[in-house]
Design a protein around this ligand. Structure first.
Ligand SMILES: Nc1ncnc2c1ncn2[C@@H]1O[C@H](COP(=O)(O)OP(=O)(O)O)[C@@H](O)[C@H]1O
Ligand SMILES: [Mg+2]
Length: 231
């Protein structure tokens, strides 16, 4: 007899009170996925939406640094209850790695992410923003498979190479029937539809939600979130 994997239905149940799951994805590291996911969660919370943020990037979790979230830890209560920071329910793989590099690979990363999705109690949320692992590897695909409600917000940068990988990943999402809300071209030289400007002030604002929300980057992202029909 083959064992039935109970996790998909557990995750479905866990996410049953979440109206929309927004997976912020991108082809590689260093292109702005985390600043986008973190700032988007702040913007949505400021608009009055019940918002959660889950940093799933085992290789380089950084949302806690971007949001200046220090000394937080989930409460163990029939699973894990995320702490609230700046109005955002916040979970991160960093809570379980104590800032050390996690020696997990491939299937183990997938398993750890799926386990965390299965035990986290989000309760009622309008939006859960997922800061995805880079690329379209096993871990990223498993999140899409298990969090069936996920809609993709893809981040890219102005580069021919980035666009090539982006097009391939969009093709894959089409095949998997994962809705794509939009593509954000980050680090753009000029403002425009679908673009997030390169903002020299962003680096200094990291760690302070208040300062982050005042950046041109946040201004552009707010406009793009509205264009994507999020708020
Ligand atoms: N639009 C932007 N303008 C200026 N710096 C940016 C911009 N987007 C991202 N950065 C910077 O680039 C670095 C990588 O961003 P991050 O969000 O961590 O990327 P990823 O999550 O894709 O690895 C960070 O130091 C961030 O502050
Ligand atoms: Mg990141």
């Amino acid at each position: 007899m083959t064992a039935i994997d109970p996790r998909p239905s557990v995750i479905e149940e866990r996410l049953s009170g979440v109206k929309r799951v927004i997976a912020v994805t991108g082809w590689k590291g260093g292109i702005g996925k985390s600043v986008t996911a973190s700032t988007l969660a702040l913007l949505l919370a400021r608009k009055g939406y019940k918002t959660g943020l889950f940093d799933l990037d085992f290789a380089g979790a950084s949302d806690h640094l971007i949001l200046g979230a220090k000394g937080l830890f989930p409460k163990e209560e029939k699973g894990l209850e995320p702490p609230v920071h700046e109005g955002v329910k916040f979970m991160s793989v960093v809570f379980f790695s104590e800032n050390k590099a996690v020696p997990l690979r491939g299937a183990n990363v997938s398993d750890a992410i799926i386990e965390l999705l299965a035990i986290t109690q989000w309760g009622e949320l309008d939006f859960l923003v997922l800061d995805m692992p880079p690329g379209i590897n096993d871990a990223a695909l498993d999140v899409m498979r298990f969090a069936r409600k996920a809609e993709v917000l893809a981040v890219t940068i102005p580069s021919v190479l980035a666009h090539d990988v982006l097009n391939r990943s969009l093709e894959l999402y089409r095949k998997l029937k994962v809705p794509v809300l939009g593509v954000l071209e980050n680090m753009a030289a000029r403002p425009g539809p679908g673009k997030l400007r390169r903002d020299p002030a962003l680096e200094k604002a990291l760690g302070s939600p208040k300062a982050l929300l005042k950046t041109r980057f946040a201004e552009d992202l707010a406009r793009e979130a509205a264009r994507a029909g999020l708020c």
